[in-house]
Design a protein around this ligand. Structure first.
Ligand SMILES: [Zn+2]
Ligand SMILES: [Zn+2]
Length: 255
């Protein structure tokens, strides 16, 4: 497999940093770079405008772009032509969406449910389509290939990976899928064993911390120390949603 340096460097950096989930950190970086890119001068380039008109951005990424509070004019211009494109692609379906009223003369409209569903599907597909989500998905796929490659080719990365005690659940699933796709049976055996070891002990630890968080509400435990439980709820959310790259980890200095 051909592995490009532009992908190995960020993977190594993320795994050697003290962030919670290295894959969330990698995702956050691609996302931030893409947001900057699409809010920058690229917004006015004709090729990009064709792309933003056709594909657009999902609601989450539109909100994140708006939240950056830059290039409002560029966003306005992009949205103007994108909305026109959305309307143009749904107009023909709107024209015949509503069933005619049933009368003695017009009879039953057998197809109207299909037409309503087709229009709803079209709208949904326009809303789900997102240039930034696509960019994140393809880049994360590259990163998965790089992780699998580094794990077996680079002993120091293998050690770093084995020492990383935390991946959020969405990214554990991503790693498992990549292992199924990229690795031989023997390689998968070794890789998944290493992942299972850190993942399951980390999850057990988190379950205990969340439980202790709830028990601290009991007046009998009021004076007892929090231990690692003070931030157990945001850590549980990060574990389940995989969205926060900065999810505080239980033990500082833990890699
Ligand atoms: Zn993650
Ligand atoms: Zn998106």
């Amino acid at each position: 497999m051909k592995v490009e340096k532009i992908y190995t460097i960020p993977v190594n950096d993320a795994y050697s940093s003290s962030c919670a989930c290295p894959l969330c950190a990698l995702k956050a970086k691609v996302e931030a770079d893409s947001l900057d890119y699409y809010l920058g001068p690229s917004l006015m380039e004709p090729d990009n405008r064709v792309l933003t008109n056709e594909q657009g951005f999902c609601g989450d990424h539109l909100n994140k772009m708006f939240g950056r509070e830059i290039n409002r004019l560029g966003m306005g211009l992009m949205l103007h032509t994108h909305l026109q494109d959305v309307k143009k692609s749904t107009d023909p379906l709107w024209e015949k969406a509503a069933p005619s009223k049933r009368t003695l003369l017009s009879g039953k409209d057998a197809e109207y449910k299909k037409r309503l569903t087709a229009l709803a599907d079209k709208i949904d597909s326009r809303l789900e389509s997102c240039i930034i989500c696509d960019k994140i998905n393809t880049t994360m796929k590259r990163y998965m290939e790089v992780i699998m490659w580094l794990y077996f080719e680079d002993a120091s990365f293998r050690e770093t990976f084995a020492a990383k005690t935390y991946h959020c659940l969405p990214h554990v699933a991503m790693l498992l899928r990549a292992a199924a796709e990229e690795l031989s049976q023997n390689q998968a055996s070794e890789f998944v064993e290493a992942l299972a070891k850190t993942h399951n002990s980390g999850l057990d630890e988190l379950i205990k911390d969340v439980e202790w968080f709830t028990l601290k509400f009991d007046y009998r435990n009021k004076e007892k120390p929090w231990g690692n439980s003070k931030d157990a709820v945001p850590r549980a959310i990060a574990m389940l949603g995989g969205e926060s790259a900065d999810a505080p980890s239980a033990k500082d200095g833990d890699k």
